[in-house]
Write a protein that binds this ligand. Sequence first.
Ligand SMILES: [Zn+2]
Length: 301
Amino acid sequence: MFAIVCLSSCGPTPTEAPPFDADRAFGYLETQVDFGPRVPDTEASAVARDYYYGHFSNLGMEVDSQVFDFFDPYSSTNMILVNVIAHYVDPDANAMRICLMAHYDCRPRAEYAVDSTLRDTPIDGANDGASGVAILMELANMVATNPPGCHVDFVLVDGEDWGEPGDIQYYMLGSKHFAQSNIRDRYRFGIVVDMVGDSGQQIYREGFSNMYNEALTDLVWNTAASLGVTTFHDSVKYTIYDDHLSLITAGVPTIDIIDFDYPFWHTESDTPDKCSPLALDNVGRVLGHVIYNSSSWPPKR
Ligand SMILES: [Zn+2]
């Protein structure tokens, strides 16, 4: 605990991150929704990937795709899933590398729709999917024009939200595949963002993040406090199976920034009007600050 207090109060003077353009980020959220539900192995998913490739490659980043098969137990068919990985390479060749991850897929069924006839309908995923990707796209703009002193991989994963309730093995498909690619020594740390666009944003520490990587969670929540971002609450409320578990299992210290107090979760009403640029700004500014000060992580003890 001493080292944590010292980090925020007597460490090196923090580097200020460049501005986060929240309106532009919100445009990225809306554009993704305009493509239709980005359900794995659909045309809308492919269109969204083309959009991501164009965005990151226009910023001068190399963009890889990881294509893999998944046998779907619900339809008994083979599906093709695709992760998109954009690499920001800092001018400082010796810089360490961090991983920022969001899922771009949409849930194929709105199981919590009030109208039971809609429960087999795919969701728009404005918050559950598009919000995290939108923040990563805007952070890519930030680092591409203002070198942060670390390499950053922007990892957009497919198939996070595929499983039916209780079928935990059919969630997190893309991140589990990504984590098989010998990532343990590649990243100093990872941060997953998911459901971060709610206009009524309330973000609590997530239980697995706090249990396995408390110091990294402290860093993010202390950063939010130092920036005056009041939607980050300094206590654990939910413990959630999400993509961060794939990275933690692979040995990469990773946390999840997720707002699980979202009344429209897994309903047809997860649409852009429930989200706001301010919510994206809150998380984007915190992440920007963490990125531009990440060279001092982990703190010396
Ligand atoms: Zn979901």
